[in-house]
Design a protein around this ligand. Sequence first.
Ligand SMILES: NC(=O)c1ccc[n+]([C@@H]2O[C@H](COP(=O)([O-])OP(=O)(O)OC[C@H]3O[C@@H](n4cnc5c(N)ncnc54)[C@H](OP(=O)(O)O)[C@@H]3O)[C@@H](O)[C@H]2O)c1
Length: 199
Amino acid sequence: MTIGIIGAGAIGTAFARTLARAGIKATISNSRGPESLQDLVRDLGPSIQSGGREEAARADIVFVAVNWTKLPAALAGLPEWSGRILIDANNPIEAPLFKPIDLKGRVSSEVVAGLVPGARVVKAFNHLRAELLAADPQAAGGRRVLFYSGDDSVAKAEVAALIDRIGFVGIDLGSLAVGGKLAQFPGGPLPNQNLIKVG
Ligand SMILES: NC(=O)c1ccc[n+]([C@@H]2O[C@H](COP(=O)([O-])OP(=O)(O)OC[C@H]3O[C@@H](n4cnc5c(N)ncnc54)[C@H](OP(=O)(O)O)[C@@H]3O)[C@@H](O)[C@H]2O)c1
């Protein structure tokens, strides 16, 4: 299983750090190209390499963490998805104004899914601040919780296995329409809940 990351900012880097801690390989990309990521990948460690956006998008699991209004450009012109998994870690809100985006009644992951026909979209890794996502998931005598949701149970099982492998406890919230809404920021009740499962 290969992993690609589109977006090398706060959340893309936090995800890469959790992978690096577990020795899992991934290719991380941004809009400016692999050369701009040399210092970052040196810091992250040997399992993470930098690459182009298209290269990252060819992986079996493609983690996307890009500023909301830049998602259409970041996801344009990529290879056919053909059932590959896209992890949507994005929230429909953006610095510096932090004004919620009008989604016209849709859940944000459904909007993202509309940009990537043929991808199996799983919403995950969006409910914690980047510092907490990057931190050791073993904390306070238990393991930190991550939520995931999606409409394809096999894709969800693969993301659940990855969540477990990097040391978190995954909780399945159901479909994108239901679970995506619970974990969505702003609006859902789960964002910023730093939950630890004990035992
Ligand atoms: N920060 C948090 O604590 C947090 C928590 C949960 C969820 N989120 C969500 O995660 C997403 C990313 O947030 P962030 O804080 O990580 O943002 P960020 O630090 O501003 O990083 C954004 C990244 O997206 C890349 N990017 C922009 N346009 C691109 C394109 N066309 N192709 C490839 N890469 C592109 C940027 O690359 P360049 O710099 O090269 O342009 C940069 O690496 C957002 O949707 C946000 O709502 C953030």
